[in-house]
Structures are given as C-alpha cells and as structure tokens.
Design a protein around this ligand. Structure first.
Ligand code: ZN
Length: 305
C-alpha cells in the first residue's frame, strides 16, 4: 500500500523515494472539485505518487492545486511535469520561490553543484512552471482549498521561501522541513540544513510561530503526521542549536571544510544509530545529507562574520 489513511480528511501517500518507504510523503486534501497536494515530491518518485492516487481511485488529472511548502527538489521537483500534463493546475508558492519555479535555471545550477552526476537519478526532470499557473504568496494569506481554510504562515529558516499551511479548524499544520525530518516516523526529530539560505534566527521565529498556533498535529514531508508537537519541536530545536554550535566552532577555528564536515557526519550518524538501526538509513539520512547540512550551517556562520 502506498497510501495511508490518516485523520481529519488528510491522506498521505508514501511515494517510496528511491525505493525506500518512509521518506517522502505528499499530503492529499480532497474537496468536491478534486484534490490539492501538499508537496508532490520529485519527478523521480512521481510514479509512487501516481500509484498512491490510483489506490484511492484518483489520478494526477484530479489534482487542481499544488501547495508547495518550498521549492527544494525533494518537495517541488515534479511540479512543472504535473502542470505540463494538466495545464489548469494551480501552484501556490512563496513569492521568493515563485520566480525559481517559473525559471528554474539558477535553482538547478546550484543543485547541480551539490548533487553532480547524481542529479537525474535523485530528482528526475525539473520543468519550468508557466507564470500564469503560479500564485505567489508573502505569508499572512488565507486560502480556501481542499475543503478547508488554510492560513499561510511564512516560516523561513530552512529556506528563505518556506511557508507552512495551517488549518485552524482541524488544528493541523503542514510544516514541510521547518520542523525538520523524522524519516520512517521514528521518534528522532532532526534538522536538515543544506545551503544556501539557512538562517537560525529566522528558524527560531518560525518554530515559535508554529507553536503559537498550538497545532494538534504537524505533517512533515519527511515523514508523516506527528501528534507530539511540543516534544517534537523541543527536540528539533535542541538538536538544531547543537549542530549550529558545533559547525560554528569548526568555522571559527578554521578547520578544513572536508575534514570538519566528514567528522560532523560521522558523529551525527553515530547518534542517530542509537535510535535508528544503521541498516534502516535510507536516502534522506545518508552521509552526503549530513555533509550538506554542515555546509549549510557553515555558510550561515560565514555570512555573519
Ligand atoms: Zn525536504
């Protein structure tokens, strides 16, 4: 089964990213005219999304709206491909991400630097989205979609163009990567801090904004719903601060980047292994991801120097 029925009318699809369950979960919100999808995922796992929809008697033709938390490839990669297939599809995205969906050249060039020859295998194609399909938001809007009213909360920190969608009536928040990762939904919240726009101060403010709404449940793109919101955010914040402190001291002491980032990845994997068996480490908690988290935090500290 690729779909998991969860509460409050939200259906989760496990797209089985790179064949691994428990890593990328678009959320399906159904209404009378079709469905809205929060973060469709990359094109490399579009077949997984289609399979999940098919199990519900749905197809991508039923999608009238894509709600992007942010434009990173693991969240928004399939957007252009879906819009090309179904040209009436609407795409909601923060205004600072909108231009990159319309012209992804710069986004793809920076991803290419990070992922090199693995780009296509990891993410698949990333097509431009026609400007007329895009609704750019600043945060503060309320949109009615998927049979519910969603408050758009601007939640930068992980990315400068990150938003969270909050349904006050049901007390649920779609938080993207602002509340970090919990792959396989194990109780081990961890941040993900890739370049280029990690911002600790902004991130703290964003987490406070989410907590202030007192959501009963947060839906993480990686992975799924969590009802232990206070605990989750506290754990995540603590780990984020520790990571930042570690990388900050590496940067201050001018440790060679390769050496410091490899050490960081090794230490973090050892900590994770206490909670998750190393054999369960899938595509989202590989060494490369932790190295890229070191680089993202290092960039943050260097900007402030
Ligand atoms: Zn992500």
């Amino acid at each position: 089964m690729n779909t998991l029925d969860v509460t409050k009318g939200v259906t989760l699809v496990d797209v089985r990213y790179l064949g691994s369950p428990g890593y990328i979960a678009p959320c399906i919100l159904q209404d009378a005219s079709g469905i809205a999808v929060v973060d469709p995922g990359p094109t490399s796992s579009l077949a997984g999304l289609e399979a999940g929809l098919a199990e519900r008697g749905l197809s991508t033709a039923d999608i009238h709206t894509l709600l992007l938390t942010h434009i990173h490839l693991d969240h928004a990669g399939a957007t252009g491909t879906l819009v090309k297939r179904h040209p009436k599809m609407r795409v909601f995205v923060h205004e600072r991400g909108a231009r990159h969906m319309i012209d992804p050249a710069k986004l793809l060039a920076s991803a290419q630097r990070l992922y090199g020859e693995h780009m296509n295998y990891l993410w698949g194609e990333f097509l431009a989205v026609p400007a007329e399909n895009v609704t750019a938001m600043a945060g503060g809007e309320t949109i009615t979609v998927g049979g519910r009213k969603l408050e758009v909360i601007y939640t930068p920190g992980h990315a400068v163009h990150h938003v969270t969608y909050f349904d006050q009536v049901d007390g649920i928040a779609f938080t993207g990567d602002t509340t970090g990762l919990r792959p396989l939904n194990v109780p081990c919240p961890m941040p993900v801090t890739p370049p280029p726009d990690i911002d600790l101060e902004a991130w703290r403010t964003s987490l406070a904004a989410i907590r202030a709404r007192r959501p009963e449940k947060i839906y993480l793109t990686h992975f799924g719903p969590n009802a232990d919101v206070e605990w989750h955010i506290a754990e995540l914040s603590e780990r984020l601060e520790k990571w930042a402190e570690q990388v900050g001291s590496d940067v201050k002491s001018n440790r060679p980047e390769g050496e410091a980032s490899a050490d960081f990845a090794k230490t973090q994997q050892a900590i994770l292994t206490e909670r998750i068996p190393a054999s369960a480490f899938g595509p989202m908690i590989r060494t490369e991801m932790l190295v890229s988290s070191w680089l993202g935090l290092a960039r943050y500290w260097k900007k402030g120097q």
